[in-house]
Design a protein around this ligand. Structure first.
Ligand code: ADP
Ligand code: MG
Length: 622
């Protein structure tokens, strides 16, 4: 097999970079260690971070498990399911907003903003908070070793804007994204499926609130998404609901229906249902148990796996319908599928496993934890990108063709879809009018023949072509896509060397200025930390200087002129005051003043020392 060597970002010894699964329900980081990807653990516990943010009345937002616990006590100030809003406008998510208890608005550019405690947050800022938490936890378990580099996963169906949103979130969090990769690709990588020469893989991902099924083909280590299908409102939560309904009916029969309205009751039922569901994964029978003393409710019922399965039969069926859809879109038959991978916490359910097995007629991969497998795969990719494994192929391909609009609105394709990146291609163009001194280039993306049916990526102009008859100018147009998927287009007139170029970022929701704004916001705390440390350093330095000077004041009074002595005394007074105030500016200026004032003293002391040292030595020895 012919291997293409990676264009590695780093040639030094392999450092670690994080693989991050930024999920709708849970997020997680993994890293390559001891020759394999590993999920980071803190005190032996999984470092899974619930993708939930709580905004307390005062102080910083709280992310993760603690935030999720607040959902019962203070549900109004808890934000979750943020991934659903990434890179979307208010119109795109109208149906989401009906289901979620959020206040949302649009900014002047049509981007969605969520409100908490009267402040508006973009989904990118909120995701950044989750990423920061994941990063903190990761650094903790890496014994304080800090790595800002990461690979982040997104669903295969995420479009450019949603991917760019994810990138922006990482930037706001102060992370450096090496690559954004598809979740199903990551899962396949975690299982090493890239090592097979050729084959078709199905990734079945049932998470907390979403279901995705993806058909991938692998050829020579390169993954391609053939088709993806699913349901953005089908996940573990729906399975919880079935058990919760069971409890609600029984309790309403005993206590009346009013209790069903109580927010505390609603949350408690949801949690009890999830606990029972998880217990049924391990045991054939479990107890659905609800005890709320404040409402004088104490209720329990035994549920068997069969009963639970029957309650959820239609949910299972919906996942299989999506599988059929994905197969038909990908134009592959069940018999042509070589591997099936299970992803997502909900695929721990035995009912899911048995149905998937019988649908595809083969045992799915379940050797790795389904809620860790995406992060593990991201860590594999991160390791490759850090130059750790050079024997692997590049994994990304361009999803759509890229080209230039030519005369009459047609498209001349320069890079074909599914080219592996990084890649480069050059094509020759010429002028169509006599004495034409400039050319407008319009760069488009898409598979259609006419530029107007493709997506416009950008325009630029090449000027300074010397006047000549039409068709004589020789213009080379080069398209270059780097490993991050950033496209640079350059044009050069070969006769004169006139050239121009443009760098095209995939279209994205936030402007650079907005990202910068959030960046400085995000780093405000970091800067304050820096200031505090700087002040502490100055204070220490100043303290030492004061001590040393006090020790030599007698020598100063004896050997220096009056003015210098007064300068020294003034500097000492100012320094003592600055130490009291702890004000960084005062510390800095008094240190500078001190330095100037001690110069004559230093010269005097040095002279003394030199004289002592010179005494008894002949000039030749000096
Ligand atoms: P997402 O990808 O949506 O962020 P996850 O893959 O972490 O989410 O899946 C979360 C879901 O997995 C939740 O609904 C949770 O109840 C469910 N889950 C976790 N562990 C188990 C288990 N042992 N049995 C059944 N469901 C589980
Ligand atoms: Mg997931």
């Amino acid at each position: 097999m012919g291997y293409i060597e990676l264009n590695v970002l780093n040639t030094g010894p392999a450092q670690s970079a994080l693989g991050i699964d930024l999920g709708t329900t849970n997020s997680l980081a993994a890293v390559w260690r001891d020759g394999r990807p590993q999920v980071l653990k803190v005190d032996g516990r999984s470092s899974l971070v619930p993708s939930v943010i709580y905004f307390p009345g005062d102080g910083q937002p709280i992310v993760g498990r603690e935030a999720r616990e607040q959902a019962i006590a203070d549900p109004e100030h808890v934000l979750f399911s943020i991934k659903r809003f990434m890179g979307r406008g208010l119109k795109d998510v109208a149906s989401e907003l009906e289901r979620l208890p959020y206040r949302a608005s649009e900014n002047e550019r049509g981007l969605i903003q969520l409100e908490a405690r009267g402040r508006k947050y973009s989904p990118e800022e909120l995701s950044a908070l989750i990423l920061m938490k994941v990063h903190d936890v990761a650094c903790q378990s890496l014994a304080g070793q800090d790595t800002k580099k990461c690979v982040i996963t997104v669903p295969a169906y995420f479009d450019d804007t949603q991917r760019q949103s994810t990138r922006d979130a990482a930037r706001i969090a102060g992370l450096e994204v090496l690559r954004i990769i598809n979740e199903p690709t990551a899962a396949s990588l975690a299982y090493g499926l890239d090592q097979r020469g050729k084959g078709n893989v199905v990734v079945y991902d049932l998470g907390g609130g979403t279901f995705d099924v993806t058909v991938l083909s692998i050829e020579e280590g390169v993954f391609q998404v053939r088709a993806t299908a699913g349901d953005t409102h089908l996940g573990g939560d729906d399975f919880d609901q079935r058990l919760a309904d069971l409890a609600r009916k029984a309790i309403a029969a005993q206590h009346g229906t009013r209790v069903l309205e109580d927010p505390g009751f609603q949350q408690a039922v949801r949690l009890a249902a999830e606990q029972c569901k998880i217990a049924l994964t391990g045991d054939p029978e479990a107890e659905l148990h609800l005890s709320i003393p404040e409402l004088r409710i104490s209720w329990r019922q035994r549920v068997t796996r069969e009963e639970f399965d029957a309650l959820c039969a239609d949910l299972h069926e919906r996942t299989l319908t999506a599988c059929r859809q994905a197969l038909s879109d990908a134009k592959v038959r069940v018999s042509e599928i070589d591997e099936v991978v299970l992803v997502g916490g909900s695929t721990r359910m035995p009912g899911v496993r048995s149905r998937v097995e019988s649908f595809f007629g083969r045992k799915p991969h379940t050797e790795l934890n389904p809620d860790e497998v995406v992060a593990l795969g991201a860590a594999v990719q991160a390791h490759i990108l850090m130059g750790g494994r050079r024997d692997m192929l590049l994994l990304d391909v361009t999803p759509l063709s890229l080209g230039i609009e030519t005369m009459g609105g047609a498209v001349s394709k320069i890079i074909d879809r599914n080219s592996t990146i990084p890649c480069e291609a050059t094509e020759g163009f010429t002028t169509y009018a006599d004495n034409q001194t400039g050319i407008d280039f319009h760069i488009v993306q898409g598979e259609r023949e006419l530029a107007k049916d493709c997506r416009s990526l950008g325009r630029f102009q090449l000027k300074g072509i010397p006047p000549m008859p039409a068709g004589l100018a020789r213009v080379a147009v080069k398209f270059h896509i780097d490993a991050d998927g950033v496209l640079t287009v350059s044009a050069k007139e070969l006769g004169t060397g006139a050239n121009a170029h443009i760098e095209i970022q995939p279209m994205h929701g936030l402007t650079d200025a907005e990202v910068e704004g959030m960046l400085s916001e995000g780093f405000r705390n970091a800067r304050e930390d820096f200031e505090a440390r700087r002040a502490a350093d100055l204070a220490t330095e100043l303290g030492t200087m004061i001590q040393a000077t006090e020790k030599h004041m007698n020598a100063a009074r004896a050997g220096l002129d009056r003015e210098s002595v007064r300068d020294l005394e003034d500097a000492l007074t100012a320094a003592r005051a600055a130490l009291q105030s702890r004000d960084p500016k005062a510390l800095q200026s008094s240190r500078d003043q001190f330095e100037r004032a001690t110069l004559p003293l230093a010269a005097l002391l040095m002279n003394n020392v030199a004289q002592k040292a010179l005494m008894g030595k002949s000039l030749g020895e000096v």
